[in-house]
Design a protein around this ligand. Structure first.
Ligand SMILES: [Zn+2]
Length: 108
């Protein structure tokens, strides 16, 4: 039985890399990203009726090694904000992660 690459729970059908809940969440992410604030984004995910804990696990998973969905969405929102404020450059998910990692180390 394969495990879901996002939440680590059983993915169900043989050969599936992602469970039905996370598939639903992914579709919602695609629908919401770039259109709403982070709060509204989280609300939108909660409206799926999926466990908040599972949503958080989903957001923090990094199955492709390209940054978690949380980091990707944060990066997108930061880039947008920077554009609005007239600052050039783009935030990437890796950058968000790097900053968070540094912050985590400092608070130890
Ligand atoms: Zn899952």
């Amino acid at each position: 039985m394969r495990k879901c690459v996002y939440c680590g729970e059983r993915a169900g059908l043989f050969g599936r890399r992602i469970c039905a809940d996370c598939k639903k969440l992914l579709a919602r992410v695609t629908e919401l990203r770039g259109k709403v604030s982070y709060g509204q984004f989280l609300d939108g995910l909660e409206q799926t009726g999926i466990d908040k804990e599972k949503i958080l696990r989903f957001l923090q998973a990094d199955p492709e090694g390209t940054g978690s969905i949380q980091d990707q969405v944060t990066a997108e929102m930061t880039s947008e904000l920077m554009q609005v404020m007239g600052i050039s450059g783009r935030q990437t998910a890796q950058e968000v992660k790097r900053i968070r990692d540094i912050g985590g180390k400092e608070s130890e």
